[in-house]
Structures are given as structure tokens and as C-alpha cells.
Design a protein around this ligand. Structure first.
Ligand SMILES: NC(=O)c1ccc[n+]([C@@H]2O[C@H](COP(=O)([O-])OP(=O)(O)OC[C@H]3O[C@@H](n4cnc5c(N)ncnc54)[C@H](OP(=O)(O)O)[C@@H]3O)[C@@H](O)[C@H]2O)c1
Length: 244
């Protein structure tokens, strides 16, 4: 119960990686502020969290509603005056098509959810992370940020941007107790992976539950590294490309 009474904001908590990490953090004693659009799935998560003796606050919202993110930051400030954990996990795949065929609407949607919502969350909660005695943040990237394969343009660009966002926040908080990490989960058995690779047998993939404990570790007060990639496929901590 090393996270007892710590306040953890998890985006994309309704399913997949976010749900598994929310449950793992709750198992360790954290109070989960669970964000996603699907109210029913959030209520099921709440039932599971309560069954393990922990607590959650459900925040059904669309991450493209940026003002709602401001209000969420204000509500956390009013209720707890601090935020101990920010897990910026929610994301969408967007269209898999040549760059020139992507519609401006689809492009904007991927950037809004995968990038801008994380920046707006940072804007709304950075002061609260600094108010914690051990504020921890992690943002979920992908191998696609570096691979930049054909037809994965919006997703790859958005994940490269998320890494830049996290590294910048790490640099800006380096003299504070706040630690900021990037997570590369690798291929995991989730709805997004099935959408990206419909021909793949999901049974061959690791599950979010298998990797959740390692992610919870980097969100815990005992974690003392910042600005690195927690690369789940290799099990290594990777240093992003240093500046030239
Ligand atoms: N699975 C993999 O193999 C893999 C590999 C590399 C990186 N990732 C990254 O891991 C993260 C989690 O992905 P996953 O595989 O767990 O995907 P998933 O099962 O599709 O879950 C995505 C989560 O994001 C939430 N979400 C999406 N759009 C939202 C919006 N507009 N507002 C609020 N919440 C929204 C969804 O909730 P609602 O639909 O309820 O809103 C859901 O909880 C993503 O950032 C993804 O890019 C996954």
C-alpha cells in the first residue's frame, strides 16, 4: 500500500492500459480520478476499485473539451490542493492512410486527443504536481514515434510530440521533486491494437495487466528518474536522443 491516500489522475481509464494501471494504482492504495468518455465502463471500474477497498472519482468527459480539463484541475485543487500522479494515457489511432489523404478533421482529432489534451492537462495540473511531496507524471508514447512507418503519419507525429512534451516538462521540473517519464508499452492486447492490426491473433500479445505493475512503479514516490523512456518491450530505461 505504498500509494495509500495518493491522488492519481488517469486518462483513458475505461479500458485497455489506462484501466489496468488505474486498478494497479488503486490496489496500492491510491484514490483514482478516472477520466474517459464511457460512463458505463467507468462505473464498472469504480465497482472493482470499491471491491478492493479503494476509492475513485469518476470524470466522464471528452478530452477534446479543453475547458472541462481546466475545470478538472480547479476541482482537484479545491478538493485536495495537490496531485500526486498524472498518467496521460488516453489516445486514438486515427486514420492509417498516406499523409496526403488524411482529412484535416481527422488530423485535428488525433492531435487534439493525443497531444493537446495532454498539454492542457499539464497546464491545468502542473502546479498541483509541484504541490505534492513527490509528484509523478507519465505519458504514453509508442514505437511509432520513432519508426515513422508509411501510413501511420498522424499517430506517429502525435506520439513524437507527446515525447517532446514529456521531455520538456521533465526539463522544466528538474530542480523540483516532480519526475516525468515516457512509457512505450509495445504491442498489448487492447482494442486499439486490434484496430491497428486486425489480422493479428490477440492471444499472442501481452496484456495490459501484465505491464501495469511496472508502470505503477514509475508513478510511485520511490521513483527517482526523470525524462526517460520506460521501454516495456526491452525492459530498459532509454535516454531519448540528446540535443545536438
Ligand atoms: N495497445 C498497444 O499495443 C499500444 C501500443 C503503443 C502505444 N499505445 C498507447 O497506449 C495508450 C492506451 O491505448 P490502449 O491500447 O489502451 O487503447 P484503447 O483500449 O483503445 O483505450 C483508449 C482509451 O482512451 C480513451 N479515450 C480515447 N479517446 C478519448 C477522448 N476523446 N476523450 C476521453 N477519453 C478518450 C478511451 O476511453 P473512451 O472511449 O471511454 O472515451 C479508452 O479508455 C494510447 O495512448 C495508445 O496510443 C498502445
Amino acid at each position: 500500500m505504498d500509494l495509500k491516500d495518493r491522488i492519481a489522475l488517469v486518462t483513458g481509464a475505461s479500458r485497455g492500459i489506462g484501466r489496468a494501471v488505474a486498478l494497479e494504482l488503486a490496489r496500492r492504495g491510491a484514490h483514482i480520478v478516472a477520466v474517459a468518455r464511457s460512463q458505463g465502463a467507468l462505473e464498472e471500474l469504480d465497482d472493482e476499485i470499491k471491491a478492493m477497498g479503494a476509492t475513485a472519482t469518476l470524470v466522464p468527459l471528452n478530452l477534446t473539451d479543453f475547458e472541462a480539463l481546466d475545470r478538472l484541475g480547479a476541482a482537484i485543487a479545491e478538493r485536495w490542493g495537490r496531485l500526486d500522479i498524472l498518467f496521460g494515457n488516453a489516445g486514438i489511432l486515427g486514420p492509417l492512410s498516406p499523409l496526403g489523404h488524411v482529412t484535416p478533421k481527422d488530423w485535428q482529432m488525433v492531435m487534439d486527443i493525443n497531444v493537446t489534451a495532454n498539454w492542457r492537462l499539464i497546464r491545468a495540473t502542473e502546479g498541483l504536481l509541484r504541490a505534492s511531496d513527490a509528484g509523478r507524471a507519465a505519458f504514453v508514447s509508442s514505437g511509432a514515434a520513432h519508426k515513422c512507418g508509411a501510413y501511420w503519419g498522424p499517430y506517429s507525429v502525435s506520439k513524437a510530440a507527446v515525447e517532446a512534451l514529456a521531455r520538456t516538462l521533465a526539463a522544466e521540473t528538474v530542480t523540483t521533486p516532480v519526475k516525468v517519464m515516457i512509457v512505450n508499452p509495445g504491442p498489448l492486447r487492447t482494442r486499439m491494437r486490434a484496430e491497428a492490426m486486425p489480422g493479428e491473433d490477440p492471444a499472442t500479445l501481452r496484456t495490459p495487466e501484465e505491464v501495469a505493475p511496472g508502470i505503477a512503479d514509475i508513478l510511485s514516490p520511490g521513483w527517482d528518474r526523470t525524462g526517460l523512456i520506460h521501454d516495456i518491450p526491452s525492459g530498459a530505461l532509454k535516454t531519448p536522443q540528446p540535443p545536438a
